[in-house]
Design a protein around this ligand. Structure first.
Ligand code: PEP
Length: 254
């Protein structure tokens, strides 16, 4: 039986980077305030991080950035360092989201550098992995996901349980197509096995989230799967009521 506490993280993407972010954060704090036994994280755009962190201060909601650069400073126009995120009040950072990998060309190597830098700086990484539809149809799902996890295995293994892996099939993100519980569990179990290849401690303590069109009506079944330890939620995290309903159905550790 697992001791892992579930984690529900909301990825706001390029929404609510101004004053509306504070209103959404405050509504989430209110809606999730009484829901103990689950970790709750929100990830606003860079421009909203400091204000949202201020808004949720003292509550059970933590703040994540959606990306970062691995270098501590320098000539990297448009980029943000780990220290800048810490200064804003972030404790988490989403890395290697499929939109970063597929729209902005981030490679496994780049995601590894960021993961290493985040952990070294004291930011907890949520490392996203997942296959495209073409890769799934070609029977390459486990091969692709294993290479993505393999790139960060040693870094996550240096501090078991500090980092999180999010399995997000690219074909299920923002499409309304959700992976079936068996499909998701199969990949989560394979990731857990790969983590166990590094150490039993890493496998037992790493939370593996599912992401891809998670909504209040499908969250219960997904979060009930043996190796699914929470959810990374996009669209449904932009509404405090939908998001809190997902937090509500997340099982507490036994
Ligand atoms: C995401 O952006 O990580 C995501 C899972 O989005 P959605 O829930 O909208 O599919």
């Amino acid at each position: 039986m697992t001791e892992r506490q579930q984690l529900i993280a909301g990825n706001w993407k390029m929404h609510h980077g101004g004053p509306s972010g504070c209103a959404l954060a405050s509504a989430i704090v209110l809606a999730c305030g009484d829901l103990a036994g689950v970790d709750v994280v929100v990830a606003p755009p860079f421009t909203g991080l400091a204000a949202v962190a201020h808004e949720v201060e003292g509550s059970r909601v933590s703040v994540a950035a959606q990306n970062m650069h691995h270098e501590p400073k320098g000539a990297f126009t448009g980029e943000v360092s780990t220290q800048m995120l810490l200064d804003c009040g972030c404790t988490w950072v989403i890395l290697g989201h499929s939109e970063r990998r597929h729209v902005f060309g981030e490679t496994n190597d780049f995601v590894q550098k960021k993961t290493k830098a985040a952990i070294a700086a004291g930011l907890r990484p949520i490392v996203c992995v997942g296959e495209t539809l073409e890769e799934r149809e070609a029977g390459k799902t486990l091969e692709v996901v294993s290479a993505q996890v393999g790139a960060v295995l040693a870094d996550l293994g240096g501090r078991p349980g500090y980092g999180v892996v999010a399995y997000e099939p690219v074909w299920a993100i923002g499409t309304g197509k959700v992976a079936g519980p068996e499909q998701a569990q199969e990949v989560h179990a394979a990731i857990r096995k790969q983590l166990a290849g590094h150490s039993a401690d890493l496998a037992e303590n790493t939370r593996i989230l599912y992401g891809g069109s998670v909504k209040p009506d499908n969250a219960g079944t997904l979060l009930g799967c043996h190796d699914i330890d929470g959810a990374l939620v996009g669209g449904a995290s932009l509404d405090a009521e939908s998001f809190s309903k997902i937090v509500e159905v997340a099982p507490s550790p036994v």
